[in-house]
Design a binder for this molecule. Structure first.
Ligand code: SAM
Length: 188
């Protein structure tokens, strides 16, 4: 198969972007799969900031990280509060939208705070850095969040941010798709 699966493509983009020593954000730690992936990429000298509003998610993430935990700061707060915790430039960030698998399905990411977080992280992002949004939209409220995000990111000036949508159009059961934001010029 030549067309990479959506989740695999997200990993490919992150791998291409993140080098040893990088500072990166997992905006939705959940069960910690992405946090661990990022912790491996940043190496001994890099750092991951991982946000989640549910302590249960951060507990699962900590357990999954094992010996990589020293590379990660776990933050029990909304990703929209990012600038309260991260002051330095970031190389990459990933959002996995929706609910915590195996958790309370009524606790989901929502458009207003997701968009606020994306805008703040874009300000922190270095030129050449990337923000990945993995959009799950099959759950209650998912379509509303999806549409608001697409409308918002479509308005970024292409002089500063390249906005890609990567999606299979003929798959059943509303599978996730990706939006990738690449900063190509510093905001003036
Ligand atoms: N990437 C995760 C993994 O590897 O398991 C899955 C993330 S899950 C789809 C979405 C997570 O976002 C949930 O754990 C939920 O608690 C969290 N969340 C919802 N609103 C949030 C917010 N404003 N800030 C940070 N996390 C939030």
């Amino acid at each position: 198969m030549k067309l990479e699966r959506v989740l695999q493509y997200a990993k490919t983009l992150l791998t291409q972007t993140i080098e040893e020593g990088a500072t990166v954000i997992d905006a939705t730690a959940g069960n910690g799969h992405d946090t661990l992936f990022l912790a491996k990429l940043v190496g001994n000298t890099g750092h991951v900031y991982a946000f989640d509003i549910q302590q249960q998610a951060l507990d699962h993430t900590k357990e999954r990280l094992g010996s990589y935990a020293s590379r990660v700061t776990l933050i029990n707060d909304g990703h929209e509060m990012v600038t309260n915790y991260v002051a330095q430039p970031i190389d990459a960030a990933i959002f996995n939208l929706g609910y915590l698998p195996g958790g309370d399905h009524s606790i989901v990411t929502i458009a207003t705070t997701t968009i606020e977080a994306i805008d703040r992280m874009l300000d922190l992002l270095i030129v050449g850095g990337i923000i990945i949004l993995v959009i799950y939209h099959g759950h209650a409220g998912g379509a509303t969040e999806r549409d608001a995000i697409i409308q918002h990111v479509s308005q970024y000036d292409q002089k500063y941010v390249h906005v890609l949508q990567y999606q299979f159009l003929n798959q059943k059961n509303t599978p996730p798709f990706i939006i990738a934001l690449e900063k190509v010029k510093a905001f003036s």
